[in-house]
Write a protein of this length. Structure first.
Lengths: 298, 299
């Protein structure tokens, strides 16, 4: 990409955006705990909202980081966010009810280490590098945690690795002294779970592309913050549609349908608004018109 | 023995599917100007060359196809868990993936073009109307074939990885194959037909891409017409060979030396291809003249 990078002056300050993003992400993930409290899975979609909030914040972070002339680095920023976030998220889910908080802390530490390595050891010398990579790692971890909670209805490790239980019946006659008794043990099935079935890989890439796409698509001299952020919301809800479809496996028809409808409506609204904003920013909006020559020396 | 015969059959089928996938992938990305040719399409308006080329900025091809194929395989996996018929599950997965791909394409074009307002590049909305469906159709073929290859590996060859992970890996491989072998036909040749053949792209010609066609103004369909003939088959052969040889060595040599047979076969294949590449390079230099040494300059 040889485009000259001139990030627009944000109308909303980045710190304010970060606060909103982080708070909504954590609170949204916790709201999926209503599933456990009420015993139904219909609150799973809050995980998706949390993930979208994290992506919304993350795309603004990418804009800050990449305005330091990282042209082709825009897509890679999405990848490193989710690469570091994935580790934090999987470790974080082992902490039960504290999982979202622990995930945030672990991701921030991981991001700081990666940022320090990039900035001080590889000598990339970008002033916002450490802070940005910390933010991006948290964004990656919270997006994956949010979408995982949305797909399975829970943010706890066991729910993510165990898809179902199968019963194994063994004859224990000899051990029990001749009487015909059976040992019935429940064997967990891993292959049809979120992590065992590798559906988490889909979430990883859905998030990584949704994170980098808004700024990558909107970069240029006339980039404007509201349009980029609206695209971030649109990409987030678009990813949420796919997660909603996958969630039918784990949380059943009713809860899956609720998630799907919410994400479809939200995506449609954001996408339509994004097209309107593009229309506002574009030089001209033409249908089947010839090239307007402005004076290339051909 | 029967198992090996079945394995070879699956290998041949997967190779054929991969060839189709590679050809479709490259045609799709060239019509959308994805990957490295995108930089020139993006640069042209800044140099004063307003154009009517589809500027589909969705990262590079490997991550993008990693996502499309992961969605295809992931959704197919979900429907398989719900006991859908495999063929139907793969088709549904590909449809969902293509839907996402189409949305990403349109938002990429609108975003990039709207951000170039300073250089007076208008948004030609008919480009979106006419070309998005074409790229989606090609992407569907590519995603469907790749997901089918992954399903064959998982169901028939009992690959230990789950279907979505296979989709992700082979999607990245597909994007890389198309990006490496197909894109030069578009980015180095088709975009610069106004330059001397073989001249490379001098700095002074940056952004001066061909914008007018044999008749009228060049649209990305004209680029697709060109790359379907040259770049598509090249990418198809590339990806087809990758899939075919990968499965072939596994099926034939996995049993020998406790699994190391397949590893050794893989290393031998890499050495053979390195030799062939070197031979072609030397042959090309001898036949088409030596490289001229770049002039030493202070810059």
């Amino acid at each position: 990409m040889t485009a000259k990078m001139e990030a627009s002056e944000g109308k909303m300050p980045h710190n304010k955006l970060m606060t909103y993003g982080l708070v909504i992400a954590v609170v949204g993930t916790y709201l999926t705990y209503l599933n456990v409290l009420t015993g139904v899975a219909v609150f799973s979609f809050f995980g998706g909202i949390a993930a979208v909030a994290a992506l919304w914040w993350g795309s603004d972070t990418i804009k800050h980081l990449c305005s330091y002339g990282l042209g082709t680095g825009v897509p890679s920023a999405g990848m490193i966010a989710f690469g570091s976030g994935a580790i934090a998220m999987i470790v974080g889910t082992k902490f039960g009810i504290a999982s979202p908080i622990v995930t945030v802390i672990l991701a921030a530490i991981l991001g700081a280490v990666i940022g320090y390595t990039a900035n001080n050891i590889i000598n990339m010398n970008i002033p916002v590098m450490i802070m940005s990579l910390m933010e991006l790692a948290v964004v990656g971890a919270m997006t994956m945690l949010g979408f995982a909670a949305m797909a399975t209805g829970s943010f706890e490790f066991n729910q993510l690795i165990i898809g179902s239980m199968s019963l194994s019946v063994e004859s224990a006659g000899v051990a029990a002294g001749g009487a015909q008794t059976f040992l019935v043990t429940a064997i967990p099935q891993y292959g049809n779970s979120l992590i065992g079935g590798a559906a988490l890989a889909v979430i990883f890439f859905l998030g990584a592309l949704a994170l980098q796409h808004p700024f990558n698509a909107c970069l240029g001299p006339n980039e404007s913050q509201d349009r980029t952020l609206m695209l971030a919301l649109s990409c987030g809800f678009l990813s949420m549609i796919v997660v909603a479809i996958i969630s039918f496996v784990f949380i059943g028809l009713l809860a899956g349908t609720i998630s799907l409808i919410i994400s479809l409506i939200a995506w449609f609204y954001c996408y339509k608004t994004y097209i309107d904003l593009s229309k506002r920013d574009a030089y001209a909006w033409l249908d089947s018109k010839p090239i307007i020559e402005v004076g290339g020396d051909q | 023995m029967e198992e090996i015969v079945l394995g070879i059959g699956i290998t041949a089928l997967a190779g054929a599917l991969a060839t189709v996938a590679g050809a479709a992938e490259d045609t799709e990305s060239d019509i959308g100007s994805q990957g490295d040719p995108n930089s020139q399409v993006q640069l042209a308006p800044q140099m004063g060359y307003i154009h009517r080329i589809f500027n589909k900025a969705v990262s590079g091809e490997p991550p993008a196809y990693g996502l499309w194929c992961a969605i295809g395989a992931g959704v197919a996996w979900a429907f398989l868990q719900l006991n859908y018929n495999p063929a139907l599950a793969i088709i549904l997965g590909s449809i969902v993936a293509v839907f996402i791909q189409g949305i990403y394409c349109t938002s990429g074009y609108l975003g990039r073009t709207a951000s170039l307002a300073k250089f007076k590049q208008p948004v030609y909305i008919d480009i979106l109307k006419s070309l998005t469906s074409v790229t989606m159709a090609h992407a569907f073929v590519a995603i469907f074939c790749t997901t089918a290859v992954c399903y064959l590996m998982s169901a028939a060859l009992h690959h230990p990885f789950a279907l979505p992970l296979l989709g992700l890996i082979w999607g990245i491989a597909l994007g890389a194959a198309g990006s490496a072998s197909g894109n030069p036909f578009y980015g180095k040749e088709r975009q610069y037909q106004n330059q001397k053949f073989g001249a490379g792209v001098p700095i002074s010609a940056s952004g001066n891409i061909v914008r007018y066609a044999e008749a009228g103004q060049r649209s990305s369909l004209d680029n697709g017409w060109f790359t379907t003939k040259f770049a598509g088959p090249a990418s198809g052969i590339c990806f087809g060979l990758i899939v075919f040889l990968e499965l072939w060595r596994t099926v034939l040599f996995e049993e020998s030396l406790a699994g190391w047979g397949a590893v050794i076969a893989g290393i031998v294949l890499i050495l053979i291809f390195t030799f062939i590449d070197r031979w072609i390079e030397v042959w090309g230099r001898k036949t088409y003249g030596p490289y001229t040494e770049p002039e030493e300059s202070s810059s």
